[in-house]
Write a new protein. Sequence first.
Length: 507
Amino acid sequence: MSKTAETRLPDPSRWKALVFIALAQLMVVLDATIVNIALPSAQQDLGISDGNRQWVITAYALAFGGLLLFGGRIADLWGRKRTFVVGLLGFAAASALGGAASGEAMLLGSRALQGAFGALLAPAALSLLAVMFTDAKERAKAFGIYGAIAGGGGAVGLILGGFLTEYLDWRWTFFVNIPFAVAAAAGAYFVIREPAGGRNRSPLDIPGVILSTLGLVALVYGFTRAESDGWSDSTTIGLFVASAVLLAAFVLTESKVRSPLLPLRVLTDRNRGGVYLSLGLAIIAMFGLFLFLTYYLQVVKGYSPVKTGFAFLPMIAGMITGSTQIGARLMTRVPPRLLMGPGFLVAGTGMLLLTQLEIGSSYTGLILPAQLLLGLGMGTAFMPAMSLSTHGVEARDAGVASAMVNTSQQVGGAIGTALLNTIAASATTTYITAHAAGATGPKAQQLLQLQGMVHGYASAIWWAVGILAASAAIAFAFINTGRPGATAVVSSGDGVDDEVKIPVVAH
């Protein structure tokens, strides 16, 4: 029987630890977008075909999304600090390999390795925050910073990618990770003191690892195939069917085995389930938008890569403000659903403005205010979502609960890029076909192509508005916890007393 542990003093190095955890998280989120801007240069340099270039992005997404649950379980088993440091050093080595790539196979292999080590690193980082910050107000500030990075890091990646590609070389989009990773690993090794007693030493659930990894890989790859080959392609349909079967078998396995990879208690809590679902949907809308705005600014407006990156700054500013100034300040005063629901609605309002996009749209008159609203809304919603993702979870499950929120983000990103891009492409084709008769001459045809492209973006953004409205509805309906209050000792369930105190909330 577990006896109540005495109140443990907060870790004196927790704020220093946050610096290195945030640095590592920034590196992982940056890597999801930094390569996008460098891709045309890398493709030309290494002779990668148009058909294979998507694999530079997909190899990372498949490894990262497919292995996240496994990475979260490894963090619970090995210890979060050790997993965090190993993930960082492995990510640095994989980045060095990518920067030195002499051919297509070497580049794709390095991207898959980056994804695999990222899958170790990301859940370990979030679960370290969950167990190190136990005071409700401090936890709100820490998760505010983390949420801002998780939300805005992708846009920062576009800026940094533009700078490195334009002024140095595409290889630096890989090499830039090395100082990030080494600094974060050294800092973590010397500063982080993981609370004792929170490990889950149960045997590894091998069938669960295989089924979840294959199921998630099939799902992410299915959406990637849908983007390039269409939804009716037999391989695309086969991948979705295989994913459904594998993930159903995974859930069945987890309900039967003694030591599951993903204990269903992590998913069935209505608050955590609401976070995973609403956040995954919101990311679908966000990632599709990154893609459209990047192409709109570069192709339609003629912006350079660096100027495109800077054009995303209002969104980053909005996210940082929403997360650290609104979300963090209000989280200890109001229930999380009153931050998440309105946050998604404000972001949806920003997205609604972008449905008015035209060839001649003003950046300052339309795109800038839309980005500010998007950033403020998503930042406000991200902060309590990140904190709630480990709400009330047992210490032994902190890693896998953290992996779930990362999985919902990663799968959401893959789905968003494929789903919204397919909708946009279809709307563009329909528009051009309908107006082709009136376009005579090269200039008129070029104008029609641009008009069709912008019409396609606007059509897809309407879907993104609906998706954000659904995120808000889920947050209001599922998340019923009150504001953070008292703390409670969490039992590891393995017969030892834990000194990990995770905030609970009053209902």
